[in-house]
Unconditional design. Sequence first.
Lengths: 325, 573
Amino acid sequence: MGLKRFVLRRLVEIAVIFFVIMTVLFVLFRLAPGDPVSRMVDPSMTPEDARLLMESMGLDQPLWTQYLYYLKNVATGNMGVSFHYGEPVIDILMNRLPNTVLLFTTSILLSALLGVFLGKIAAWKRGQRTDTLLTIGALFCHTLFLPWLALIMIWFFAYRVGWFPITGMVSPDVWIDPGAGWLAKALDVLHHMALPLMTLILIHFGSYLLVMRSSMLDTLKDDYIITARAKGLEEKTIRDHHAAPNAALPVVTSVGLSLAFSINGGALTETVFTWPGIGRELVFSVSHSDYPLAQAAFLIIAIVVLVANLVVDVLYAYLDPRIRY
Amino acid sequence: MDGRNCWRRGVLLLLTAVMLTACHEKNTHHVLNIGLAEEPRTLNVWLASDANSRKVLSLIYQPLYVYDPDTLDLVPWLAESMPVYDAQTLSYSVTLREARWSDDTPFTSRDVAFTGSLIQSFKVPRYASDWDFIKRIETPDSRTVRFYLKQPMAAFLTGTLSTPIVQEKEWADFAEKAQTTEKPLTALVNHRMQHPVGTGPFTLEQWRRGAFLHLKRNPHFFGIGKTIGGRTLGPFVDDLVYTVFGTSDVAILALIKGDIDMLWWPIQPGYMADLSRRKEIRLFTNEKSALYFMGFNLRRPPFNDMALRRAVAYMIDKKFIVSRILQGQGTKMFSVVPEENRFWCCTDLPRYGDGMSRENRLKAAYQVLVDAGYSWAVPPVDAAGNLQAAREIRLPGGQPMKRFTILTPPADYDPHRATSGLMIQEWLRELGMPAYARPMAFSSMLEQIKGHHDFDAFILGYGHLGLDPDYVRNLFHSANDKSRGWNMSGYRNSAFDEMADRSISEMDPVKRQALVMEMQKLIARDLPYIPLYKPSVVEAVRRDRFEGWVEMLEGIGNIWSMCQVKPVSSDGA
């Protein structure tokens, strides 16, 4: 089967899976107990008020009608209006998405770079103290409980030492100052980003390190490494120019998928650091039964992950000539 | 330049930039930084139903009357004086204060009339029921509004006159367009407000979603320098900046560090010991207009028996709940109206088990049940009057009482209610009752209680009750005993219904007060709900930054505080 046919077949599969996801999401949210209105009412409101609220959200319509509206909206690219914010869902998500992508993409890339670099060293020094320390350190960091680590980081670096802001993405005093230019604002964002970034890197670099180490150990046994040594090349050259690039292939795959998943952010990280991303919004929309917002957020994540899987499969064919579809 | 040097320089530049940002000079304006738990939902006043939106919008849109912080009486706000009632024409006349909108246009009676007609024509939830009894609104001149009522309605004073007034100029065009849409109400509530125009002490400067919301002092605020309700108003701060914090731990660190000046967010008891030791932090403890209660399903046995409910009331040790579960941060409740709502709360009610020892409570409950015909395999009190482990309580008909459940929200949603449920389970077991507390996801619990009426007993609460006691009618009127109705217990008492119906149309506050008192007495006698407790609101501010906070029911976060807080340094303190 040629690549073209493979891609076409996968696109059809993606369309079917997407439709199933869309329907399952609709059903799941409606099956969940409670409704969006129950959290908005109090006994000073009359039953008529509650009915009007239901009506204003379109929840007075039969489920079947709601489903048809939903299908029509998705087909036309209109994800609906959030029950909670009263704004188009797409505006809310597009407002949050860049924040999530900025933090999580940066953290994944930096974690991968650090992981590849240290994994390479660990594999090269296999069995030595450096390898033991790096491997144990990677496992230790990888198993840390993220909210705990995040709070410790805030307590130490922001509260005790005062190097970084406690939370958030910007300092209001910088952003409300009419004299502050774009550079000051950009630096302010970087300043706020440092702590969540450090936390995420600490948590994630370990997995890349372990993957890289394991892949590098396999690579080092390959014939072309022996050939390189026989040619009298320097050890550093063999490690960095012959072994590492080939060993990094599994890391590339892992980074690719992680980048796709990064758009759902991390509810825990975003909550503790009050980072205004999509992860917090996702949790909020589910807990407040904001069906349009939750559905749209999950649908966007589903699309990105489905497409990323396809892209990774295709990329594999390019990166590894042995793979053919 | 080799690559390594380039890296070094880059990192050095970044670090310098970060340090410079950290040292960014603070604004010289008096900025009051406020920490919030969640971001405001919207700036559209017709959609705002959450507390955080109200914390912002209450400083922008103003009503005709507000509550006095000390007496909780209505105080003229946008109105100049108290409304004048004409019983003959069933109308109220309100004279307006001279005021201007934040866009410097005059506030007139047309704005009030427009607000009323907008609410009526769109049937805006939350406000529609406070306006649907208004027959017409006249504006004889720019500062007089006359409301003609269809029938006498007590909610006029506390509901209609407390509605935020919007500017006709700002809303008229949009309202007209919205009326032509398929769903006018949806169009209205989903209208995105970018720059709301109000008459309040502050106006919106900017809102960076997810980051902060900035309000600026409104130079056109009618209250500047005026004495209203015995208080000279400011505002004395230039800017209010609301910042959202994801967790209370981090918000409290920010308060201690000085990043925020006020946490507009109730402090949990676990933080209080630490905060109260810090001299730079001041804690305010105030009462909440709230009701946390145990409810019963009166539609089915065994709790359709008033004697059993009364025995349960005797067994509940409210003092223990307040002192141990709430760690002292709350008060016991005996009426469904909080005691701080002085005018409407009835204090002359039976206080089942209050002040009694465990032994006496058990004996009192036992006596109630014995008198009602209950029996036991082993009674909780033996023939000599000594307590013993009770076993197998039997209903008056002789059949054993079936296992029943007390539904509570889960501990991660509300630890107080979950733990209270467990304690009540244990106290009821002392009477030989097969009680089982069952924490349940909040939405499921509401569905089971309100939607399906499939429950035995439950513990729920309302954290923000209005000051008008009309909710007593809503909670117990038999007309609301329906799926998703407010009368969750299924209480049906024609005497109560009759009084409740009269109370809503009684315009004389003293006569209405008498009716509301009687309604509370009936509830305390029949016990469809046993009021348990209400938690206090503990709020924290930095002592060294601002002063002049005004305490009232629900805490210091109110319009009076925001019009009165001053920077500490301005007084030379």
